[in-house]
Ligand binder design. Structure first.
Ligand SMILES: Nc1ncnc2c1ncn2[C@@H]1O[C@H](COP(=O)(O)OP(=O)(O)OP(=O)(O)O)[C@@H](O)[C@H]1O
Length: 286
């Protein structure tokens, strides 16, 4: 199985933010979810992959080629969807067709028109007259109509209603039916990632906390809940992160089965992605 995208030791320094040593891979036939709180570095990572900003260290390989040296050829096979439409509001969907057929060698007009029909997007209407969901769907149609192997979505489902989000997630699942394709999908809507992602990379304050198969996370990580006095009696080396509330405390454990054996009297459930994010954002080291 080929690796579609591979980041190794990627760094970017801004005056008040550093993306440090970021690494993860997206294999063929899979969806990688990139999660993290606001400002964690998700968009910065995506902009580095697309060579829109200069990286300060590390390497990025797309289809096993360098993302800078081979930028033109790799971009021909990448579809990108941002959280805001990148087309002028004065354009119509039919103008996007005319523009992108000059940009991409593999632009498929029939496929694009089929997406417009399937998504109920009127080709004659100005984009500024579309709803947010319609603009998002137009972005997805445009990203898919040149038949990319790698689809990159930056917060593409945020601000959409559950029905529209569900449609888009179904479309993504459909896209990776072709096992040579893959998706990098950044979102802070953890339930969307829980539904479709095969792998999850969690960015926190510019660093990767983990990059693992979603099933593995569900199987191994655990969320322990107990009172403050009880927590103080437990072995803090078992915990990755701890959050102390006035009534209840939560601790994230790396090995749920081992923690259950050690503390059979306590409730230790699987840790949902939003709880993991919360514990890293608001909790403390044990
Ligand atoms: N051009 C820039 N100059 C300076 N700082 C920047 C620039 N672009 C981004 N940053 C900073 O980098 C940090 C990470 O931003 P980024 O947009 O990557 O986060 P994010 O995880 O995508 O957040 P969100 O979920 O809110 O979109 C932020 O602190 C931001 O202020």
């Amino acid at each position: 199985m080929e690796t579609l995208l591979e980041l190794e030791g990627v760094c970017k320094n801004y005056p008040s933010f550093t993306l440090r040593d970021v690494g993860f891979t997206v294999p063929e036939g899979s969806i990688m979810g990139l999660i993290g709180e606001n400002g964690a570095g998700k968009s910065t990572t995506i902009r580095l992959i697309l060579n829109e900003i200069r990286r300060d260290g590390g390497s990025i390989r797309i289809f096993e080629k360098d993302n800078i040296k081979d930028e033109v050829s790799v971009k021909e096979q990448i579809g990108v969807v941002f959280d805001e439409s990148c087309f002028s509001g004065e354009f119509r969907a039919k103008d996007v067709d005319l523009i992108l057929k000059r940009v991409f060698k593999a632009w498929d007009r029939d496929l694009y028109r089929r997406y417009l029909r399937d998504f109920s997007l009127p080709p004659e209407k100005k984009i500024k007259e579309y709803s947010r969901g319609m603009r998002m769907k137009l972005g997805i149609a445009a990203a898919l109509a040149h038949r990319p192997r790698l689809l990159i979505l930056d917060e593409a489902t945020s601000g959409l209603d559950p029905v529209m989000r569900s449609d888009i997630l179904d479309l993504l699942l459909d896209f990776i039916q072709d096992e040579h394709c893959g998706i990098l999908f950044s979102s802070h809507i953890t339930s969307d990632l829980e539904r479709v992602a095969d792998y999850v990379t969690f960015l926190h304050e510019g660093q990767v906390v983990f990059s693992r198969a979603k099933d593995e996370l569900e199987e191994h990580l655990g969320l322990l809940k107990c009172g403050a006095s009880q927590l103080d009696k437990l072995d803090s080396s078992d915990f990755l992160r701890v959050r102390r509330g006035s009534f209840e405390c939560e601790a994230l454990v790396a090995d749920r089965a081992a923690a259950k054996r050690k503390y059979p009297e306590l409730v230790i459930d699987a840790a949902p992605l939003d709880e993991i994010m919360l514990l890293y954002a608001k909790g403390e080291n044990s």
